[in-house]
Design a protein around this ligand. Structure first.
Ligand SMILES: [Fe+2]
Length: 465
């Protein structure tokens, strides 16, 4: 059985469990250790809400989530899954609870790790343990934001996706198991090693399905028929919901995650809103996001009471691809109808916004100042571990925002985009160290090389007001 911390709170977190048995246990035992205080806080009995990834499929896999409560804010805990007798199961997980407000200048910062695009067989797959150094003491991340392509379901092209649905299921399951625990059953290496250390917020991108999902891809023959696209859509979504983010159903909000640091009414510098919208799992040929998610995100942006981090499945400062390329090569969010309300809401936000994203196999920072005086800073981190036989890209940001003229009632003046960090072309992750600075928050952005384990260039600090 596996255990991974998902969304964190000030007093605990949602814990995710994966069980590879015909019937999962009703109760799971978690030993809680306060790392700083070197105290065992005892064993908790949790009752996950289990569901099979796919009913009647074999091998049967169950995933479930349960809430761990009663912890103190901004503390590091070790969580050890155990059996009834207390014997440990799998490698321990770690969790740093969220602080009550954005930390002050002399305190340890609120720390977020950003990454995307991970393939276990790339060079970075073996080297991901290099991030252990980033995952210690004062800089242990309160949250890891993983921005999509957590698996490459459709790659490499030499791999054929089996057409018998029972085998398609097994193929995708194999992808998840190999990426989460390459070469074994424990979350002690590969992506699982990163996932178990600190809380996780995951959004999906195209390779949770196939390149440029939901448009058929020429290099993936499986996607040539509507029936097989429907099968891969159903299974891709089932695995995302099971292994990655918890999502809603029905007409309301489905894949928008909101985390607020700091109490209501706090000074903007003490407060930070984190809004993450999944731009892939509900994508159609005309819109990138689920309408209720986008409506809620736009309302939150227009009503911000503090600076915000906005997580997108794909970068914002990316040119629109146009009618032909969006269909046959790769569509970006500017190619969809719901780019218009998003761009307009960002332009109307009363506080500065930092966009966090991945996807493009290139790391970068770019910034624009809006006519109203607010700023949008975009930080892109991709890849964590490049899938073999693909290449790092040279993708500077678009030159102006918005990426295309918007139609009424969304028309907004265009503003220039400036690169603040030239494209980084190696396996990497980004850390954000966030502290209050008066009525602003200061975000120190560092890029870290997976290969050398060192910082790539100097850290850059952005003051968001
Ligand atoms: Fe990717």
């Amino acid at each position: 059985m596996w255990m991974i911390p998902q969304l964190p709170r000030t007093d605990g977190a949602t814990l995710w469990f994966g069980a590879f048995v015909p019937t999962p246990p009703e109760v799971v035992w978690v030993e809680v250790i306060d790392v700083g205080g070197r105290r065992r806080l005892g064993r908790r009995a949790l009752r996950p809400r289990w569901a099979p990834v796919e009913a009647d499929a074999t091998p049967r896999v169950w995933t479930g989530r349960a809430s761990l409560d009663g912890l103190a804010p901004d503390r590091l805990y070790r969580l050890q899954l155990a059996d009834e007798s207390g014997a440990p199961i799998d490698a321990a997980s770690e969790l740093r609870t969220l602080p009550l407000r954005v930390p002050g200048a002399s305190e340890n910062p609120l720390t977020i790790l950003l990454g995307s695009c991970f393939d276990y067989s790339g060079d970075g797959g073996a080297a991901i343990s290099s991030f252990r150094r980033l995952l210690t003491a004062a800089q242990f991340p309160h949250l890891k934001v993983l921005c999509g392509d957590q698996i490459y379901l459709d790659l490499p092209v030499s791999e054929v996706i089996p057409r018998d649905p029972a085998l398609t299921y097994r193929h995708i399951l194999g992808k998840y198991l190999r990426n989460w625990a390459p070469g074994g059953t424990r979350l002690a290496s590969g992506y699982g090693d990163l996932l178990r250390r600190g809380a996780n917020l995951l959004v999906s991108d195209d390779h949770e399905y196939w390149n440029n999902y939901p448009f058929a891809a020429s290099h993936v023959p499986f996607t040539y028929t509507a029936a097989r696209r429907a099968l891969l859509t159903r299974l891709g979504t089932a695995f995302c919901r099971a292994f990655q983010a918890e999502m809603g159903e029905g007409d309301g909000v489905r894949a928008l995650t909101e985390i607020v640091i700091g109490p209501e009414g706090a000074c903007p510098g003490d407060r930070l809103e984190i809004l993450a919208i999944d731009g892939r799992i509900e994508r159609t040929f005309t819109r990138a996001h689920w309408p209720a998610d986008m409506e809620r995100l736009c309302a939150r942006l227009r009503g911000l009471t503090s600076p915000a981090l906005v997580v997108l499945s794909q970068p914002l400062f990316q040119p629109a691809e146009g009618a032909i390329r969006r269909r046959w090569v790769d569509a970006g969010i500017a190619d969809f109808d719901d780019y218009e309300p998003l761009a307009a809401a960002l332009a109307a936000a009363p506080h500065d916004v930092m966009i966090l994203s991945g996807d493009i196999h290139c790391g970068r920072i770019a910034e624009t100042s809006l006519p109203g005086g607010r700023r949008i800073v975009e930080v892109v981190a991709s890849p964590l571990s490049l899938i073999p036989r693909t290449s790092y890209e040279e993708k500077p940001a678009d030159t102006s925002f918005p990426a295309r003229p918007l139609s009424p009632p969304f028309r907004i003046p265009s503003s220039e985009i400036r690169m603040r960090r030239d494209p980084i072309r190696e396996d990497h992750a980004v850390t954000l160290a966030i502290r209050a600075r008066g009525r602003s928050v200061a975000v120190e952005v560092s890029f870290w090389s997976v290969r050398t384990r060192e910082r790539i260039g100097a850290a850059q600090t952005f003051t968001l007001t």
